[in-house]
Design a protein around this ligand. Structure first.
Ligand code: ADP
Ligand code: MG
Length: 629
């Protein structure tokens, strides 16, 4: 038997450990199970080298709660430690590691995310325990030893009669940490941190029902047996070779990762690289909605199958944090702050590797089955558009597979779109004008009007697409986007049969004056157009520039430019001089009746554009009832 003092200069290191790690006590279990796993894997390695006459067998790690004794046991069948090794690895090295850590991070920001990603290891058990014991027997012939320490720097070391190889850690749980004696809490921790660790972890037993024997009577209960309750899957899909996995395996693994997620992923990307850094993993594309914020923090980061965090910011490019799945890398430095992480060379390489893999996967999906890719487009476009905006490298690749759907469900690539538009929609300056709608419902009449003119209308409805349009316009000088209800539509040159006006110049002037009299002070600029007689008599459009400015103001973008809260309302009123109603306005003799016709037509146009609201809408409706009464 021996007593001694742990080799450490800080007398009261335990209170310090406890206080410093205040927020993250639960990681002690991960640390102890990691050690048990390491010890077992070392044994496996030795036996594979033919070292000693080792019986590797089927080792597992067991976690046991002793509620009465207020103890938590972590037992492994690994390599164990001799007395010398306990002295060396526990008393000296582990402790100086802890001391060094505390020294380094004494002043560190508690919320910087470093806590829990360090290497305090074994000594983190003092965050939750008053007393810690190690009973361990080395795989060699050395006798077993029993180490204990009650939280002061003094330890006690004696012989033990433990027969089996391996290590048992016994924590006498402190009064303020009794949560770790609750089965539910421990299950939760094992599920969070150890779900995919490489050695089976047993926690209690469970009852399994066996098939009834053939000669059983109908109401005989089915026989049951008690079996080990294994918490983890030691061989998760990402550690296997892609060639050994079927589509179904990937789907099953997704369900394993997200048991509460009922929707299936759209496709997956298996990551596997070992030079210049080590990384494995599987990323999944889930169905995405247009809400960017709610879908983050679903990718889990592991280090050699030990869960580290689900905040992968800085490691995965921002636009891919909307994906799901697992990344496992021993090369990601975990004991440093986020800002350091972003500057780290290895991490940068990892980030661009992932971006490239995602782009390659999308390219191949597009090439091999375009039809299927088109079907998925709506559910994945948000990631791709976001990526095109934020990562230039990704933009270059995505430009070939990013799709631009029409309101009728035809999908163009950007090149195809340009070809199509060249033949169809140019303005007076020979610029290509891409017409689009952002909402099929509220812009319905405009879409119909544009289609009636033979134009192609895209449906671009994701929240970031205006920014992407801006980017495409900047890099393609001869091209601009215009929403269907924008003024651009009037400037488009229609290639075929241009409508001929039925009115004389004199009549036109009179008509314009009549309408302006009623509408100018309401902020409309009147424009006469000779259109198909079937098209609406009055159509309101808003200059593309004005609308975009307003939109950006709403999202906080261009507000500062004018330094004021509200942009002025500015609309064009397009009057179709070939429409019979317009002829009627022109032919009406009394000013009162004419003004009424103009007002009613204007209100209908406003209604169609969604501009008629509140009191005006109420008045319009009762006026309309009056008219048909
Ligand atoms: P680390 O795991 O980073 O080396 P720890 O403080 O967790 O640091 O552990 C210190 C050392 O104690 C380990 O490197 C190992 O040599 C020894 N050790 C801890 N737990 C066990 C165990 N269950 N079986 C065998 N050796 C162990
Ligand atoms: Mg450790």
């Amino acid at each position: 038997m021996a007593t001694g003092k742990i080799n450490v200069s800080v007398e009261n290191i335990f209170p310090l450990i406890k206080k410093f790690l205040y927020s993250d006590h639960e990681i002690f279990l991960r640390e102890l199970i990691s050690n048990a796993t390491d010890a077992t894997l070392k044994l496996k390695h030795l036996s594979s080298l033919g070292e000693a006459k080792l019986e590797y067998g089927n080792p597992m790690i067991e976690v046991k709660i002793d509620k009465e004794g207020k103890k938590l046991h972590i037992i492994d069948q690994g390599i164990g430690m001799s007395e010398e090794e306990v002295k060396k690895y526990i008393n000296d090295i582990a402790f100086s590691g802890a001391e060094e850590f505390l020294d380094k991070y004494k002043d560190a920001d508690k919320d910087s995310g470093i806590i829990g990603h360090f290497g305090l290891g074994f000594y983190s058990s003092f965050m939750v325990a008053d007393k810690v014991e190690i009973i361990t027997k080395s795989y060699t012939d050395e006798p077993a030893v029993h180490w204990s320490c009650d939280g002061s720097p003094k330890f006690n070391l004696k012989k033990s009669n433990k027969k089996e190889r391996g290590t048992e850690i016994i924590l006498s749980i402190a009064d303020d940490s009794t949560e770790f004696l609750e089965e539910n809490r421990v299950t939760e921790l094992l599920q969070k941190y150890n779900k995919f660790m490489p050695i089976p972890i047993k926690f209690g037993t469970k009852t399994e029902t066996l098939p009834k024997p053939e000669d059983a009577k109908e109401d005989d209960p089915a026989p049951t047996i008690e079996v080990d309750n294994i918490i983890n899957n030691p061989n998760p899909a990402w550690t296997k070779k892609p060639a050994d996995l079927k589509q179904e395996d990937y789907k099953n693994f997704y369900r394993e990762l997200y048991p509460m997620q009922f929707e299936e992923p759209l496709f997956h990307i298996h990551l596997n690289v070992d030079y210049p850094f080590n990384l494995t993993g599987i990323l999944y594309f889930p169905k995405l909605t247009n809400d960017l914020s709610i879908q983050k923090d679903r990718i889990q980061l592991y280090q050699n199958q030990v869960f580290v965090t689900d905040n992968v910011e800085g490691i995965v490019p921002e636009f891919l944090t909307m994906l799901r799945g697992v990344i496992d890398s021993p090369d990601i430095p975990l004991n440093v702050s986020r800002s350091y992480l972003q500057a780290d060379g290895a991490v940068k390489k990892i980030s661009s590797y992932i971006t490239r893999k995602v782009a390659d996967k999308l390219t191949s999906l597009f090439k091999h089955n375009r039809e299927d890719f088109e079907k998925k487009w709506n559910d994945i476009k948000i990631v791709i558009e976001y990526g095109m905006l934020s990562e230039e490298k990704f933009f270059e690749k995505a430009d070939k597979f990013a799709l631009y759907p029409t309101v009728d469900g035809t999908y163009f690539t950007f090149e195809e779109l340009k070809e199509k538009i060249k033949a169809l929609q140019t303005d007076k300056d020979d610029k290509l004008v891409v017409l689009y709608a952002s909402d099929k419902e509220s812009q319905h009449s405009y879409i119909e009007a544009a289609k009636a003119k033979g134009f192609e209308v895209l449906l671009l409805d994701s929240p970031i697409v205006p920014h992407l349009m801006q980017k495409l316009e900047t890099s393609n000088e001869k091209l601009s986007f215009a929403r269907v209800d924008a003024d651009h539509l009037d400037n488009l040159i229609k290639k075929e049969d241009t409508q001929i006006s039925k009115l004389s110049d004199e009549e036109k002037e009179k008509l314009k004056a009549n309408i302006e009299e009623v509408t100018t002070d309401k902020g409309y600029t009147v424009q006469l157009e000779a259109m198909d007689s079937e098209a609406s008599p009055f159509i309101i459009t808003e200059p593309e520039f004005m609308r975009r400015m307003k939109e950006m103001q709403q999202t906080g973008g261009g507000g500062g430019m004018f330094g004021m809260g509200n942009m002025p309302e500015m609309y064009n009123l397009i009057v179709n001089i070939n429409h019979p109603l317009v002829s009627e306005i022109l032919g009406t003799k009394t000013a009162k009746k004419r003004d009424r016709l103009i007002n009613q037509s204007l209100d209908l146009a406003r209604l169609s554009k969604g501009l008629l609201k509140g009191e005006e809408l109420t008045k319009f409706i009762s006026r309309s009832y009056e008219m048909i009464k």
